[in-house]
Design a protein around this ligand. Structure first.
Ligand code: GUN
Length: 292
């Protein structure tokens, strides 16, 4: 392994969770109720069950109220939409998260569109995607916002830096590109049809890999000193690996996130932060967006 600094997302996330817990206690004292997060899980996908369980634990540890709703895999779309509408109307619920992926017979876009945008702590609703693209306050998807926090912490001002985002999903790639653009990076979004990806990545000061291809990004793709954020979580023989060949990339990069322990722990910490923001907005209390 080379000289790259390893970006400790686990430690950063722990700090963020502590700040959220302190602000949650202050909110609860002022508002007379705790911020509430409702999580909806449909079916019994094992990975989703793990995520939902850890979200429930993190919610309680932050001093928030957690509401967990489990529905069978064969639940009808209308019943799921009815639950979402009931959560929209529930005053104790500030944030609603419907765990994805949903079973194939359910239209994910219809479910996301049914969530009140002001409770959409995942930031997946088209209104929030539009707010982000327009530079308006809204909810930003948790994983890319966590990546941005790590980048700012590492690099300070991002203005003028060349950034390449590999992957164009609605959950990570697209919102990541918007966030970097908002911070005045020069942003390129690469995807499966991109020509000569290594040459493109070699120009980047910041590389965010979110494609789901084990160890695809190699050391000789990188500009020396580049900051590399690896969003990939790929299960392979021998454990979990990212989208970046960590050992190889670490010989060239200036700083790099490990898998696990990099971006992963940030997602739930940012979800709690988004829920806290939602609670303040709904209660009409002032909240410094950038304080966390
Ligand atoms: N499935 C994988 N990641 C996520 C996420 O951030 N939010 C939701 N709702 N589902 C997911």
């Amino acid at each position: 392994m080379g000289g790259a600094a390893v970006i400790d997302g686990k430690a950063f996330a722990a700090g963020l969770r502590e700040r959220v817990a302190a602000a949650t206690a202050a909110f609860t004292a002022k508002a007379g109720r705790a911020p509430g997060l409702a999580v909806v899980l449909v079916g019994d996908d094992p990975a989703s069950q793990v995520y939902v369980r850890s979200k429930g634990k993190a919610t309680a540890a932050a001093g928030m109220a957690g509401f967990e709703h489990r529905l069978p895999a064969d639940v009808g779309q209308d019943a799921l939409l009815d639950l979402v509408r009931a959560l929209n109307a529930d005053e104790a619920v500030d944030g609603i998260l419907v765990q994805l992926p949903l079973p194939r017979h359910i239209d994910e876009n219809a479910v996301i569109a049914a969530i009140d945008p002001d409770k959409d702590v995942d930031g997946f609703h088209p209104v929030n995607a539009g707010r982000l693209a327009s530079g308006l306050d809204g909810f930003v998807p948790c994983t890319p916002l966590g990546c941005l926090m790590l980048l700012r912490d590492r690099l300070g001002d991002l203005a003028g830096r060349d950034a390449v985002v590999i992957g164009r999903s609605n959950i990570v790639g697209k919102p990541m590109a918007q966030l970097l653009l908002k911070d005045s990076c020069t942003v390129t979004v690469a995807h499966s049809r991109t020509h000569d990806l290594p040459a493109l990545v070699r120009r980047a000061d910041i590389v965010v890999a979110a494609v789901g291809r084990p160890e695809m990004v190699k050391g000789d793709w990188l500009k020396p000193g580049a900051t590399v954020i690896d969003v990939g979580i790929n299960r392979v023989e021998g454990g979990l690996v990212g989208d970046v060949d960590f050992a190889d990339a670490a010989t060239v990069a200036g700083a790099i996130t490990p898998v696990p322990g990099g971006v992963g722990p940030m997602t739930i910490a940012v979800l709690l932060r988004n829920t806290l923001v939602a609670a303040h907005r709904r209660a009409g209390l002032p909240y410094e967006m950038d304080a966390l």
